[in-house]
Design a protein around this ligand. Sequence first.
Ligand code: TRP
Length: 362
Amino acid sequence: MKKIILTGDRPTGKLHIGHYVGSLRRRVELQNSGLYDKIFVFEADAQALTDNIENPEKVRQNVIEVALDYLAAGLDPTKTTLFIQSQIPELCELSFYFMDLVSVSRLQRNPTVKTEIQMRGFSGESIPVGFFTYPISQAADIAMFKATTVPAGDDQEPMLEQCREIVRRFNNIYGETLVEPNILLPENAACLRLPGTDGKAKMSKSLGNCIYLSDSADEVNKKVKTMYTDPLHLQVSDPGHLEGNTVFTYLDAFATDEQVARYATDYQTLQEMKDHYTRGGLGDVKCKKLLMAVLQETLEPIRQRRAEYEKDIPAVYEILRKGCEVARAAACETMDEVRRAMKINYFDDRALIEEQALRFSK
Ligand code: TRP
């Protein structure tokens, strides 16, 4: 069986370093590993609209921002198909058939939908149907491209579970047609849910606690300087705490031991530095200096690539347009199989027409 990757993001804001360690970095590695037959990365604009109904301009503006972030991070359009969800009408068609395979109560039990409904303050039955059913549409995104592997954060696990159920049900009823996908989670806990610079919650635009991939070197350094560390670590000599210490969480997510040894020459490994911090005698400023150096080393090539692509924005739209064409061709192939399996391929089926002709001639 072919190994196919599909994953994507809602274009509701520029991508930040939480996206980078949570999925983007991994996608680039997977792309360059040569282990996959096809890789699709897409912008889920139609899904973004399910809860930005009155703000289509926001989505429209961020489609290009996210495309630039993808390219800047190292996604290569000659290896990865970059496309936009809304431009693949076959996704609506597959979602429509998938709706027959899911009950209202099953959707209500989806934990991600549950929390999002609470977060957005929808009460009871005032939820827009499109928002409520987006897991079905997401299952179609994945199944359409026969993805075997979906690199994503653990918040997407319920979506994947629901997708697998739908695919299983489809194949049981109509015969083996679609593929059950597996989620590929980030490798370490720090990457799973990178906290914001305030140490509070997940990095999120509305909380203003993000470091963006497109931030300048100065902006990044400024944000690191004000980062949350350990409120009990008042004097350098005080023992420090690592738990909930955002600087160390970021170091876990970004720094290699080689970098630690290169930038913080007193230590060979991050663990040695952590030990010193917890013993006491290591100040926050030194730790932040290391983090700045490591972040700049990661972000500088990304900034440079972004600047190159920004010089020719029409070419970036062209990359997306071509990606949509490739994705659409793949979607059309799957839909042919789906229609055949569901017995709604009336005009492609000579045997059907002849059989009916025979039946009526008797
Ligand atoms: N729900 C994902 C998010 O909010 C975006 C998304 C839509 C997605 N369809 C997908 C991710 C399919 C992986 C696979 O980020």
